[in-house]
Design a protein around this ligand. Structure first.
Ligand SMILES: [Mg+2]
Length: 356
């Protein structure tokens, strides 16, 4: 079997409403679909979601694809995923979302060849995972209404964005807790917005007032490793690294230096399923649980995170909700949401149809 054509198709998707976090506000999401055709008629789909966090743009993804990867892929056996991943790594530095898009397209082909959904092919630990849904930064009353809306739709875990104004963050989380009751999980994500002192004050105050926070994600700036380590040491709730954990090597450093209690692995940061598997393995050996997260990803990209999450025991948390945010996604099928869980499709491969 060999790849006969490789195509990159940029798509801009519109969010149902603007989404604000501590370091940016977005209204549209850039995704680049990757299509790999084979001599046996099987087509593999993947999708890159470039982001400031990955230091990529739609232009850089398409340009690097055309100049460095298209020719490299054509003629190769798409089922030799480790070999191709290695070749791509030797030819292209950085560009993790582009690599993730291609890598998931290879797994899509492998699953179609095997007649199995990717999560089962990878080991199939569970057939669904509880996911958080995200509440962006807004006036407190808007955030509380949003929380009530999600819970009425059956979601059982909320991720509350914070990091701009500690007092407002406390007010928002307390408002949400009293609106949704004690049985809904609340996790927080500061997107690098706090100092060590602010993070500790917010969490201590919330704990004293019974807010029951599940975890706090990336309280401090990504580059200050020791600030994060210090929050982890002092904070009464578990600390999860996200922006600090970009590459496979970053994840290894976090584990070795005991900088965070948990790691948020996003395929777009780490370069695809193959690297995510490696990071999850060394995290598991160090007894550090992993979250499968996402960027502003079309279902075409997010679906790979769902398969990864369901394949492994140590992926204990999921924040796989970006596909809910768009009016105009070009993907049909993919994951389903039910009773707070996200469920991978049972079709062979990633289980998506792409209309671009
Ligand atoms: Mg995050």
């Amino acid at each position: 079997m060999h790849i006969t054509a490789a195509t990159a198709i940029p798509v801009e998707l519109h969010l149902k409403e603007p989404f604000a976090i501590a370091n940016e506000t977005v209204e549209t999401a850039v995704n680049v679909f990757l299509k790999l055709e084979t001599d046996q008629g099987i087509i593999g789909w993947g999708c890159a979601t470039p982001d400031t966090v990955t230091s990529e743009t739609q232009e850089s993804v398409t340009s690097v694809f055309h100049h460095a990867l298209k020719e490299l892929l054509v003629g190769k056996d798409p089922t030799c995923i480790h070999l191709l991943t290695d070749m791509i790594e030797e030819n292209v530095k950085g560009n993790p979302s582009l690599k993730a898009g291609i890598n998931m397209a290879l797994y899509d082909i492998l699953g179609k060849v095997a007649g199995m959904p990717v999560y089962r092919l990878l080991g199939g630990y569970k057939d669904k995972i509880e996911t958080s849904v995200t509440i962006g930064l807004n006036p407190v009353d808007v955030m509380v209404e949003k929380a009530k809306g999600f819970v009425s739709q059956g979601f059982t875990c909320l991720k509350v964005k914070c990091g701009m104004d500690p007092d407002q963050d406390i007010e928002a989380v307390l408002g949400i807790r009293s609106a949704v009751g004690p049985n809904v999980k609340i996790r927080m994500d500061a997107n690098e917005g706090y100092t060590l002192e602010k993070a500790l004050r917010v969490i201590q105050t919330l704990e004293n007032l019974g807010a029951d926070i599940e975890l706090l994600e990336q309280p401090t700036p990504a580059k200050y490793l020791y600030a994060l380590k210090e929050v982890t040491a002092q904070c009464p709730v578990p600390i999860m690294a996200d922006e600090t954990a970009l590459t496979l090597r970053d994840s290894l450093k976090l584990v070795k230096m005991e900088i965070a209690d948990m790691i948020n692995i996003k395929l777009m940061k780490i370069g695809g399923i193959t690297n995510a598997i490696k990071a999850n393995i060394f995290a598991e050996l160090a007894e550090i649980p992993v979250m499968a997260g996402c960027m502003n990803e079309s279902m075409g990209a997010m679906i790979a995170g769902v398969h990864f999450a369901c394949a492994f025991k140590n992926v204990k948390y999921a924040d796989l909700d970006s596909a809910l945010d768009f009016n105009d996604d070009v993907v049909k099928g993919g994951a389903l949401y039910k009773d707070g869980f996200v469920i991978p499709p049972e079709k062979p491969g990633l289980g998506i149809e792409v209309d671009v």
